[in-house]
Design a protein around this ligand. Structure first.
Ligand code: ZN
Length: 352
């Protein structure tokens, strides 16, 4: 299913490019601006099995996107400035905002130097447990366990299941199966229990992952002092907020923010919902973020910004820079709004 969807997306982007439809559609679909979403920015790696590759782009691809935006005369602005323009309904110039989720060290080492070349701001959303070095990046733990295994055993829906992981293709299939199963488990503790068990069986030090990949507070403090950098909140534990009680979900938002404010000594006004898709952030979370006083909150729902998005500042869509499609030909398709329109069914606002 994932492969099928991936092929459709690829064909869609290719078809849009080759027909030139994105060029014709730009005035209708491109909206007033876009928020780009990234996770890791780092040099491309060789390993064949990279199931989380969609979450990383090479610095060269980021560079190409920034050049493309500049060539179109699009302003690249900070998230605070985006909030100001939306609130004032100031749409005299098209704009783009760059956001990076989770607080990875590679954002500082590889994204910031590229952004600096263009004097372009970026917002980084930090999950406080990740900065505390106790985060559970289970999707990476799963990748590491499968990478070193020949077979993987798990009790899926009550059935003891053994999955082949002896080739890169088998590893990918095993990852897809386990990833979908884990995302569908009812509680955060269920995911934690299963992933911890997998890590124990395959010798993965799960607790080292956030310390290896994410900036701790002292590094974040230096990073955040750069005038191009804004820091936003991304919950405490990086849980699926929609699956939590209202009390826990608000606490995840408020305490995650308070931890950053306490450690970095400045107010945090922007939020990104962990996972951020329809199953992880909906109207209840949008209202909670508004009640918590966040000026903006971003989802991972695909879409461009339109004037009417100003009425839904805690349900903002984004445009993913997806590591599986690092082809400069997709850049004009992404900025035209044609790709996100195709993915979200031509909605201008998607906040329900
Ligand atoms: Zn995240």
């Amino acid at each position: 299913m994932k492969q099928f969807r991936s092929n459709v997306i690829r064909a869609g982007l290719g078809a849009l490019y080759f027909t030139g439809a994105h060029y014709l559609l730009r005035p209708i679909l491109s909206g007033v601006g876009a928020i780009f979403m990234l996770h890791h920015v780092r040099p491309q790696r060789d390993a064949e099995f990279q199931p989380n590759r969609h979450l990383e782009v090479a610095p060269e691809f980021l560079h190409a996107m920034l050049s493309h935006l500049r060539s179109l005369g699009i302003d690249i602005i900070a998230i605070d400035e985006l909030h100001r323009r939306m609130a004032e309904r100031n749409f005299s110039r098209r704009f783009a905002c760059f956001t990076l989720d989770d607080g990875y060290r590679d954002n500082r080492d590889f994204a910031l130097p590229v952004m600096r070349e263009f004097d372009a701001p970026l917002a980084v959303y930090v999950a406080s447990d990740f900065a505390d070095g106790i985060g559970r990046l289970w999707w990476i733990a799963l990748e590491m366990a499968i990478a070193r295994a020949d077979t993987i055993e798990a009790e899926i829906d009550g059935v003891a299941t053994r999955l082949d992981a002896s080739t890169p293709a088998a590893k990918q299939a095993a990852f897809d199966r386990l990833h979908d199963w884990l995302r569908a488990l009812p509680g955060e503790h269920d995911v934690r229990r299963e992933v911890t068990a997998l890590c124990a069986r395959h010798g993965v030090d799960e607790t080292a992952i956030s310390r290896d990949l994410c900036m701790p507070w002292d590094e974040l403090k230096v990073f955040a002092a750069d005038p191009l950098v804004s820091i936003g909140a991304h919950s405490i534990t990086h849980c699926n907020l929609a699956k939590q009680s209202e009390e826990i979900a608000s606490q995840e938002m408020a305490v995650g923010r308070a931890r950053i404010e306490e450690a970095l000594q400045f107010p945090v006004l922007h939020l990104a919902y962990p996972y951020g898709d329809r199953n992880a952030a909906g109207p209840r979370e949008f209202a909670l973020a508004r009640a918590a006083g966040f000026k903006t909150a971003v989802t991972t729902r695909p879409g461009m910004l339109f004037p009417e998005s100003a009425d839904y500042l805690t349900a903002l869509p984004r445009v993913s820079l997806n590591g599986n499609y690092q082809d400069t030909r997709v850049l004009p398709v992404l900025t035209s709004g044609a790709a996100t329109a195709m993915w979200n069914g031509f909605r201008r606002v998607d906040a329900a």
